[in-house]
Design a protein around this ligand. Sequence first.
Ligand SMILES: C[S@@+](CC[C@H](N)C(=O)[O-])C[C@H]1O[C@@H](n2cnc3c(N)ncnc32)[C@H](O)[C@@H]1O
Length: 163
Amino acid sequence: MSRLDSFIRRMKAQRACLDWAAQAIADLPGPVFELGLGNGRTYDHLREILPGRDIYVFEQVIKAHPNCIPPDDRLFLGDAVEQLPIARDRLGEGAALVHTDLGTGDDAANRRLAARLAAPLAGALRPGGIVLANIEIPVDRWTRLPEPEGVQKDRYFIYRDDG
Ligand SMILES: C[S@@+](CC[C@H](N)C(=O)[O-])C[C@H]1O[C@@H](n2cnc3c(N)ncnc32)[C@H](O)[C@@H]1O
């Protein structure tokens, strides 16, 4: 498969997972957290498929398309690992959905990131909340859910907090 085909497949999988998650949290109140604004593609998609939902973004360095930069009061600037507990305290409620797109092609770095993220993420999620992650993040009280139809296994990791 060419790298172009692989990229397209990854983007389609990401969109399918985001669309699935929007349905999955339809009856669950609470904000949405987007970890890793990047150029703002998935943030923009979340805004479109979840109108009326409060979406908070976590990013170290803003470099997004100007139309896809969240307002200051929806932005937690810095390391998401440090900002998640701050957000949880400030907002006073857990997230219904967290989409984390922080992983890279470096497996060892992803494992280190997952180890750092697991506890702050678990603390930021409300019971029944959903995590969509581009890396595996094992947390005892989370149940891993199957990928939506058409999404290759292990392309994305979907968890629900059953604690
Ligand atoms: C792959 S990009 C996200 C792409 C984005 N989902 C999109 O659709 O455009 C990952 C982003 O995560 C940010 N990032 C990486 N590690 C981070 C961390 N520990 N805390 C906050 N942001 C981080 C990087 O600066 C980068 O912009």
